[in-house]
Design a protein. Structure first.
Length: 293
């Protein structure tokens, strides 16, 4: 037999629902609340500086977009990705990371201080820091590259592979670097005996369909494309190796780790009328785009 609901009990239920809604809203705001000030470790001079969070994001935007001329929506999308990466770093930071600071200037956060005020950068940061990419309720480590190999790496469930023909052939798409055998040996920290035939130092390369080097054997030891890129200072992870005229030649396609959002492609989309939110949705379709008030 159904129970009767009195006016008093109905009022109590309504009040309880209102309290739950308020608590949920407050919890959500606190969960995604941006820091006002952050500390940043600069390894170049072993110094930790404290600055406004917006100033930090502006410096990272300048460090990511080392050249000017990007569309406003591109800069907003890049800021949102940096903001998500920063919030992810704060949520996972251990007490011993960054010498006690919140962030360390480097590949993940390429901070460049301002020489002159730039309202376009400030405006992009004001809009971009309102956008946060999350997965399962947590900020994501949003990956970016400047130019893809023509197709980004597959990173389910957040960033599936995206075909980007607009990246192919642009300025800086292909690069070639030459190293002597001794330079390669030193960069890869290999000592002791190596086979006398340098042509056999690298073998059994395994690449993804988009050209990203998954791993290659160096003197019998597997090295990932990312590790080879970092060791030799190469421009991307889509790497091919050849030996000729007493040197190793490394040909790279794209610029960066070939993951997540291609900044060049984002700018192509922005100039075609796409908004920052649409661009983020294309490159991180598995993530939720939260709006921070």
């Amino acid at each position: 037999m159904p129970k009767k609901v009195t006016i008093a009990s109905a009022a109590a239920l309504i009040l309880l629902a209102a309290v739950i809604a308020v608590l949920a809203a407050v919890s959500g705001r606190e969960r995604y609340k941006l820091p006002r000030r952050v500390s940043v470790y600069f390894p170049g001079n072993s110094e930790i500086l404290t600055m406004d969070y917006g100033e930090f994001l502006e410096g990272c935007l300048r460090g990511t977009l080392t050249e000017g001329g990007f569309a406003e929506e591109t800069m907003t999308a890049v800021t949102a990705a940096v903001n998500s990466r920063a919030m992810y770093a704060l949520s996972t930071k251990s007490g011993f990371a960054n010498f006690g600071a919140d962030f360390t200037v480097g590949a993940d956060f390429p901070y460049v201080p301002a020489e002159n005020a730039d309202e376009s950068i400030s405006a992009a940061v004001r809009e971009g820091q309102k956008l946060l990419l999350t997965y399962d309720g947590e900020p994501i480590n949003a990956q970016m590259c400047m130019i893809s190999s023509g197709r980004t790496d597959d990173q389910p469930p957040i960033s599936p592979s995206v075909s980007l023909p607009c990246d192919i052939g642009v300025n800086g798409f292909e690069s070639r670097a030459a190293y002597t055998p001794e330079e390669v040996r030193a960069a890869l920290h290999k000592s002791g005996e190596l086979t006398g035939n340098c042509r056999k130092w690298f073998s059994d390369a395994v690449c993804a369909d988009n050209g990203t080097l998954l791993y290659v054997s160096f003197n019998g030891e597997k090295i990932t494309g990312g590790a080879l890129k970092r060791a030799l200072g190469l421009r991307s992870t889509a790497i091919s190796v050849e030996y000729a005229e007493d040197k190793f030649y490394f040909t790279c396609l794209g610029l960066g780790e070939n993951k997540g959002m291609s900044v060049n492609a984002a700018d192509f989309l922005a100039r075609g009328g796409k908004s920052a939110r649409e661009i983020l949705g294309m490159f991180y379709p598995g993530a939720e785009l939260e709006v921070i008030k």
